[in-house]
Design a protein around this ligand. Structure first.
Ligand code: ADP
Length: 170
């Protein structure tokens, strides 16, 4: 079941929230900064403790899970979206972020998960194209038993997500 919300993902009362993180997983701006601020310093310590290769703790398109620390959510799933203008296959990488996050949620017995609009901020993904990829990845039959929330930041992103969702479900 898909649910669309306009609001701050750090407030989401779900089993796992997804962070649009950087490869280092050491925090940044946007939704990443908001999640780390709300979760507390322990989240950064948990991320730092994850194994890295030359500073990369999570390659683009993959996902890692940590505890949610002070957040209402039990877990944070950190995924790294593509920088739209810097890769040749942004659609494939963005779809993998959603698919890998959903797979990790299932492996950890989550019944609910909340996503932000991965890559749609500083990473520059065109919002309509991103909404289509996100919703197509989440509308698969295999995820029908999962409550999937999208937290869109701002009216305009929310309305675009609604429009694409209606189009896909009609
Ligand atoms: P990226 O680097 O993946 O583009 P950003 O954090 O810059 O990540 O932006 C991703 C999306 O998250 C943007 O649409 C931005 O408006 C949104 N966003 C920023 N803060 C929050 C928040 N607290 N809750 C939900 N979405 C947020």
């Amino acid at each position: 079941m898909i649910h669309l919300f306009e609001g701050d993902i750090t407030q989401a009362n779900v089993d796992a929230i997804v962070n649009a993180a950087k490869n280092s997983l050491l925090g940044g701006g946007g939704v990443d900064g908001a999640i780390h601020r709300a979760a507390g310093a322990e989240l950064l310590a948990l991320c730092r403790a994850l194994p890295d290769k030359n500073g990369v703790r999570c390659p683009t398109g993959e996902a890692k899970i940590t505890d949610g620390c002070n957040l209402p959510a039990k877990y944070v799933i950190h995924t790294v979206g593509p920088v739209y203008s810097q890769v040749s296959n942004p659609a494939d990488l963005l779809a993998r972020c959603y698919r890998n996050s959903l797979a990790l949620a299932k492996e950890n017995q989550c019944g609910s998960i909340a996503f932000p609009a991965i890559s749609c901020g500083v990473y520059g993904y065109p919002i309509e194209a991103a909404a289509k990829i996100a919703l197509e990845a989440c509308c698969q039959k295999e995820h029908a038993d999962l409550d999937i929330y999208f937290y869109l930041f701002g009216r305009s992103d929310f309305e675009i997500w609604q429009k694409i969702y209606r189009r896909l479900s009609s």
